[in-house]
Unconditional design. Structure first.
Length: 352
């Protein structure tokens, strides 16, 4: 049985937006490269099973400035994992993508097989396929459990009770609210503002295949080409202000609007003065390092805590779930990086 407070792919969720990047480059973090690669295959399988397009192969272009250490580390990891890539110098980037200003960029790494996942649609597809296999789904708010020893049931705000042998709390930014004493200082929900810019009429330069999904690492900014005619998407990857997923305003701030307009005019000159066609306010929910949290509750051994993912976690969803199911069934070995004990109470992000 799946309990979800607001419904599948709802607007307050970190995975409730239209699109999320799926990429394989994680510098030296081979575990994420392998999980992302595994997950992409499973996303494609789900897409075929449900008859919906859940993945668009736009390619993903990762760009660096003078310090190309992370790019070089990613290159070595991709080679070890047998994943295709292309390293592109600045002059070649400028010739291939003349609609982009590559000022300050010395080199790019293109993953031609990577691209974009349709996030909200994907979440809904997962639920529908799970229901076909016999899983139950209920819109209900679970009450924070308390027990000394194994948990026997979970109550909801409407007065229902659900019994099970194992319980998984994969609640994103709500994890810290459900388990405040344990996770209130170890899960960091932050406000993240996203923009879509309308492209000029009759201009296909900002849609795939003319433009890939992109990440300017020195700018801490990422974005996507015009997917399904929604406009060029961009957002800052730098963590925003601490926030509450239930009460934060979902209206973008004037300061963020000004930043986004200046940024798009700088990097995509033809979009200077372009209209903002859509905006979105969501949230990250990172752990101190940016690593996932996948571990048992220290007082309730059949309660599993699964989170710390944000958009980073969405792309890895299939491999994440596979690993967690293996742990519950005693078929997988725990990864120390994902343990509760490894989660600090101060931010020191190492996963990008």
């Amino acid at each position: 049985m799946v309990l979800e407070a607001y419904g599948a792919g709802h607007s307050r969720a970190s995975s409730g937006g239209e699109t999320r990047i799926i990429r394989m480059s994680y510098a030296k973090d081979e575990i994420y490269t392998r999980w992302s690669h595994r997950s992409l295959a499973q996303w494609k399988e789900l897409s075929a099973a449900c008859g919906q397009q859940l993945f668009q192969q736009t390619g993903v272009l990762w760009m660096e400035g003078e310090d190309i250490g992370r790019l070089r580390d990613s290159q070595e990891t991709l080679e070890r994992c047998g994943i295709g890539y292309e390293v592109i110098d600045n002059p070649t980037l400028a010739r291939r993508y003349p609609q982009v200003n590559f000022g300050g960029v010395t080199r790019g790494l293109l993953e031609p097989e990577s691209g974009v996942l349709m996030a909200r649609r994907g979440v809904q597809a997962v639920i529908e396929e799970a229901k076909k296999k016999g899983a139950g789904f209920r819109i209900a708010q679970a009450i924070a459990p308390k027990a000394n020893g194994p948990l026997t049931s979970v109550a909801t705000a409407s007065g229902e009770n659900f019994s099970a042998q194992q319980f998984v709390f994969a609640c994103g930014p709500w994890l810290a609210k459900i388990f405040p004493e344990l996770l209130g200082s170890r899960i960091f929900p932050t406000r993240q503002e996203v923009f879509f810019f309308g492209t000029p009429p009759g201009d296909a330069r900002f849609a795939p295949p003319a433009l890939p999904t992109w990440l300017f690492n020195n700018d801490d900014v990422y974005g996507m080409p015009d997917i399904e005619s929604r406009g060029l998407k961009l957002a800052m990857d730098d963590h925003g202000q601490p926030t509450d997923p239930d009460t934060q305003s979902r209206i973008v701030s004037p300061q963020a609007v000004e930043w986004a307009r200046h940024y798009v005019a700088r990097r995509f000159p033809a979009l200077k003065g372009a209209p903002i066609t859509e905006t979105r306010v969501c949230q990250y929910e990172n752990t101190s390092s940016g690593d996932f949290l996948i571990d048992c509750h220290p007082e309730m051994p059949n309660v599993w805590l699964a989170g710390g993912g944000s958009g980073h976690g969405f792309k890895h969803g299939p491999a994440f779930g596979e690993h967690l199911a293996g742990l519950i069934c005693g078929e997988e070995k725990a990864e120390p990086r994902f343990s509760l004990a490894s989660k600090a109470t101060h931010k020191a992000r190492t996963v990008h």
